[in-house]
Each structure stands twice: as structure tokens, then as C-alpha cells.
Design a protein around this ligand. Structure first.
Ligand SMILES: [Zn+2]
Ligand SMILES: [Zn+2]
Length: 374
């Protein structure tokens, strides 16, 4: 089969490789669409120290079930009693794998397993014609458009959607007694997914503010209807902004700040901004950039602020992410533009164009870059 292999920073090769072996508990997937995410960009530019080259990237993907491993029990008709998945089905892959023995793994929270590995980051991923994955990572994609191509494109967004769901849950979105005001820093694809998840999981009961330096991203968030207020930090200092809203007693802030702030940027002074924004008593800050590196932050304990890491997603978040893709405006993302002739989602055709796709993703001009593999 053909695969795109990252041999080192900026060195991607389009090569013939052996088809993957399908282990007894695996399912072989023919890849349809794969998305490029921030962590892929870091693999590409060499700034991800945890990666060992060579590797086939790609952890955000959809595809067609092609073969079942011996123990996944496919009948003669190609049907499996495993999650009702059959050969030929369109699926989305939840790319976290774990030891499957520890307590978090047994609770389907592989994101908290000490041995969590991500397909496409720690093992070869979906920038190839085929990828073999553990059966437990496979989810049937929802029929949204009734058109395979469109549904496959949408299903490849399930992973970032699950990241958004998980972060909003870490921000207590399902706790009725938690407050109503939410602030999302960053309107990239993850910030948009987080804002959308707050709306989705609260049935629109929360007030969602979203900020980004790039106004075209805020326009996308506005077009999707995933937030109520759009903050331009270039013209408004977020700290002054919160003070203005609070002293006017608007949006339930009452001199206290937001109930939850989701930092979907995780760079520069975004966490500091979050701390100032979430100054309400018992306010929660959700930090999406999690690593082993300790963070140096200044925090006023009098506010009893909680800071939480949000590390990818668990099984339930992934399922909810699929539901959110089907049940909200997110499918409109494919019809939106950043500016004239610059689509919000750009899908490159064919594995041979992976390099171009990576360069395009690094330019940041689209909200999401994808590759159509088959
Ligand atoms: Zn990702
Ligand atoms: Zn485990």
C-alpha cells in the first residue's frame, strides 16, 4: 500500500510499504479522510520531542471497515457482533490506546492510563491507505447526510469534537448548579468545538464568550452559532473587558468574572488571562495544553479558583462528539470561508499531496486541513 512517512522534520515521503498486519483483536480500516491537528504540525516541524521518526502520522480519521481480526468474530456474511459493526461500514476511530488493565482503562478512560498511546503519534497512523487498529477504538459513524463522502468528511472531525466535549465537561458544563457564564480563549478548531460542546451539552443554557486574535475565526464561530459573544483581544484587553461586564452586572458576572474559562490556546499568556477571567469564586479554568512540564503560574488563592487539565477524551466523550457532529451546525463548517476563496476546511486530494497539506496547515490560513485518502 501507499503511505506518507515522516522520516524527520519537514521530510515526508510518499512510499510503498507493506500492508499492516491485522492482529486477532484488530480491525483493518481503509482510510477515507484524515485531519491534520496541532500535534501533527509539531511532528512535522520537529518540535514534538515525544515522537520518534520514522512515523506515519494521522490520528483524526474516518474510514471503511475492511477486515476483522480473528477474535473480533466476523461471520461469513461480513457482519460482526462487535458493536454492530460490519465490513463496509463507515467508522470513526478514537485513537487512544491503553494498557486495558488499569482502573482508568477498565472505566473506558484510557486518556488517564499511564501507558496511553495515540495512534498516529506513538504508532503508525492514518496517512496511509490502510491502518489496523484495536477493535475497541472503532465507532460507527452516524449517517448525517446520507452521502458517504460527506459523512466520511464529517466523521474525521470526531476526534477534535471529542476534545471539545471533554474540555467542556471539565468546565462543569453538565453540573446544573455550576454557573452560566463560559469563556473560551481561542477560536481555532478546538476552541470552536469546546464552545459548541458547551451549547450542545447545556442545551444552550450557558452564555458562551469566545475570543481570538484572528477575526476570521470569530466570524466562523459566529456563523456556526456556537457562542453568544465574540471578543477581539486586539481591541479589548480581556481583563478590562471582564471588569466592564462585571461592574455593569451583565451576564451574571457581578464583579466576579466567569464561572468557567477554557484555555484552548495554551500558549503565551493565555493561562494568565484565564486566571484573570475566571476570577469568580470557585471559578474553573480548563487547560487544554497538558504535558509533563510543570507550569509556573501566579494565582490568587483567595478566589478559590480551580485549574484543571483536560487530556484528550474518554469513550463517552467520543460518543458524544459523534452525536454533536450530527446534531449541531458543525456540518456547516464545510460550507464556510475564512475569507474570499479561503475555505474554513480545506481537503487535499490524495496521499501524494500530504506535504502540501502540512505546509498549508502550518500557514494557519484554514481552520482545518484534511486529506482525502480514498
Ligand atoms: Zn488531534
Ligand atoms: Zn491502562
Amino acid at each position: 500500500m501507499k503511505a506518507a512517512i515522516l522520516e524527520g522534520p519537514h521530510d515526508i515521503q510518499y512510499l510503498d510499504v507493506k500492508n499492516p498486519t491485522v492482529g486477532p483483536n484488530d480491525i483493518l480500516i481503509q482510510v477515507k479522510y484524515v485531519g491534520i491537528c496541532g500535534s501533527d504540525n509539531h511532528m512535522y516541524d520537529g518540535s514534538n520531542a515525544l515522537i520518534s521518526y520514522p512515523i506515519t502520522p494521522g490520528h483524526e480519521f474516518s474510514g471503511i471497515v475492511t477486515e476483522f481480526g480473528r477474535d473480533v468474530k466476523a461471520g461469513k456474511d461480513g457482519k460482526s457482533n462487535f458493536k454492530n459493526i460490519s465490513v463496509g461500514d463507515l467508522v470513526a476511530i478514537e485513537p487512544t490506546t491503553g494498557c486495558m488493565k488499569c482502573a482508568p482503562c477498565k472505566e473506558n478512560k484510557r486518556n488517564l492510563c499511564d501507558y496511553v498511546k495515540i495512534i498516529g503519534c506513538h504508532s503508525d497512523g492514518a496517512m496511509a491507505e490502510y491502518v489496523s487498529v484495536p477493535a475497541y477504538t472503532v465507532h460507527k459513524a452516524l449517517k448525517v447526510h446520507g452521502d458517504l463522502e460527506k459523512d466520511a468528511l464529517l466523521a474525521a472531525l470526531a476526534e477534535p469534537a471529542a476534545v471539545g466535549i471533554h474540555s467542556s465537561r471539565k468546565g462543569n458544563v453538565e453540573l446544573e448548579r455550576h454557573g452560566n457564564s463560559y469563556f473560551v480563549i481561542g477560536a481555532g478548531i478546538i476552541g470552536i468545538m469546546a464552545a459548541n460542546a458547551i451549547n450542545y451539552l447545556s442545551d444552550g443554557q450557558k452564555k458562551v464568550f469566545i475570543s481570538d486574535l484572528d477575526e476570521s475565526r470569530l466570524k466562523i464561530a459566529e456563523n456556526l452559532g456556537c457562542a453568544n459573544h465574540f471578543v477581539k483581544p486586539r481591541s479589548t484587553n480581556p481583563v478590562d473587558f471582564v471588569e466592564q461586564l462585571s461592574s455593569a452586572g451583565l451576564y451574571g458576572l457581578h464583579n466576579r468574572g466567569f464561572d468557567a474559562v477554557i484555555d484552548a490556546v495554551g500558549a503565551g499568556n493565555s493561562l494568565e488571562t484565564a486566571i484573570h477571567l475566571a476570577c469568580k469564586e470557585s471559578g474553573v479554568i480548563v487547560q487544554l495544553e497538558v504535558s509533563d512540564k510543570p507550569k509556573n503560574i501566579l494565582i490568587n488563592l483567595k478566589r478559590e479558583t480551580t485549574i484543571r487539565g483536560s487530556r484528550v477524551y474518554n469513550l463517552d466523550d467520543f460518543k458524544k462528539g459523534l452525536g454533536m457532529l450530527a446534531g449541531t451546525n458543525l456540518k456547516e463548517l464545510f460550507n464556510l470561508q475564512m475569507s474570499e476563496d479561503v475555505p474554513a476546511v480545506k481537503a487535499y486530494e490524495g496521499l501524494e499531496n500530504v506535504k502540501e497539506a502540512f505546509e498549508s496547515a502550518a500557514s494557519g490560513k484554514h481552520l482545518k486541513v484534511m486529506i482525502k485518502i480514498s
